[in-house]
Write a protein that binds this ligand. Structure first.
Ligand code: ADP
Ligand code: MG
Length: 351
């Protein structure tokens, strides 16, 4: 598969603050590459370097096979074939929808047609004359996307595009936007700090921390096989217990489980809530201490052996309430190198 974007060993500091540190990322053509990490992990900086709003201290960026920045090259933003959608939509408030979308298009006969086509693509056919303030937040966001798509850039960069939308709207708009990107066969880099959004929207997902990419994989592979404890914790709920691996079996205080791992000896074991099956049972070993009900399911906090915490996800039909007892069965676990054992040397640390 061809890469629409290839970032290699990018670094960037702002007066001593390291924003990016040996950041490498490839965005395959025609796919949505997610970039997720906590606030301050360098996501926006990465997009700004790709778009050319900023120069890296080191490293290079290729767009559609062409080097747009390295030690001896700097292609200005308007020549990079990169579209951007920002968190705050940034529509021109005094310009109608049609003029907003036409903004980045060369003047010429095909312009009106292209505007009509991309508006239809985002589900706003015939809305050229509307003013931004006459649209809902979700519609404004789709206009911003139409404007970014209009010149057919090699890649769309979306920086937390849904953060200004409220929760129910947000899920709907993100589903629509993913549909639009797929229909347009667009290549996109989608940035968010929300792990659930990242897992839902991305074809490939890169997890960032402190200016670096920790792991890149398809969302389901990342979730099931996180490279380390931090990634595991960032992507979802779960509890860690100590264990010991011998011959493909991990022995823990909560039972023995088969594992697929090259590790042997002491490890840490992650138990995800969806891998704990609960059954109502007054004589069961688990005591329910807390329950959050979400409608489609519930997250139940248990105490085992009078104190060890365990989280379980259960369907909505049997309600587990604090004080209830239940039987539990663990169906799957993930193991990590024990935190106390020596860590492998970090690759090419600077400073
Ligand atoms: P994210 O988008 O993941 O929240 P950013 O890329 O915005 O992270 O920021 C990464 C780090 O770089 C943060 O510590 C931030 O404070 C710092 N930073 C970003 N831009 C600037 C700037 N223009 N001047 C100084 N520090 C900056
Ligand atoms: Mg940001």
């Amino acid at each position: 598969m061809t890469d629409a974007i290839a970032c290699r060993h990018l670094s960037k500091s702002y007066s001593g603050v390291v924003a990016l540190d040996d950041f490498s990322l490839r965005a395959p053509e025609g796919e949505v590459t997610g970039l997720v990490g906590p606030s301050g992990s360098g996501k926006t900086t990465a997009l700004r370097l790709i778009a050319g709003f900023e120069r890296p201290d080191h490293g290079s960026v290729e767009v559609a096979g062409e080097t747009v920045v390295d030690e001896s090259t700097f292609v200005p933003p308007e020549q990079r074939s990169v579209g951007m959608v920002f968190q705050d939509f940034a529509l021109f408030p005094h310009m109608a929808v049609g003029a907003n979308v036409a903004y980045g298009l060369p003047k010429g006969a095909g312009r009106g047609g292209r505007v009509a086509d991309v508006l239809a693509m985002v589900g706003l056919a015939g809305m050229e004359k509307r003013m931004p303030h006459e649209l809902s937040g979700g519609e404004q966001q789709r206009v911003a996307l139409a404007r970014a798509l209009a010149p057919s850039p090699a890649v769309e960069l979306l920086d937390e595009p849904f953060s200004n939308l409220d929760a129910p709207q947000r899920e709907r708009v993100r589903r629509e936007v993913r549909g639009i990107l797929i229909e347009a066969r667009a290549t996109a880099i989608f940035v968010t700090h929300d792990q659930e959004e990242a897992l839902a929207v991305s074809d490939v997902l890169a997890v960032m921390r402190d200016g670096r990419v920790l792991q890149t994989a398809a969302p389901h592979d990342l979730y099931r096989k996180p490279a380390d404890r931090w990634v595991a914790r960032f992507l979802g709920e779960g509890e860690f217990v100590a264990g010991t691996v011998t011959g493909g079996i991990v022995d823990t205080p909560l039972g023995r489980f088969p594992v697929d791992t090259p590790l042997t000896g002491p490890v840490e074991v992650l138990i995800r809530p969806e891998h704990v099956r609960l059954t109502e049972d007054a004589g069961g070993a688990a005591l329910v201490v807390e329950r959050e009900f979400y409608g489609h399911d519930q997250l139940v906090t248990l105490h085992i052996d009078g104190g060890r915490r365990l989280l379980a996800r259960a369907g909505p039909d049997t309600i587990f309430s604090p004080g209830d007892h239940a039987r539990f069965e663990i169906t799957e676990v993930v193991v990590f190198e024990a935190a106390s054992s020596p860590q492998p040397p970090a690759p090419s640390q600077t400073g």
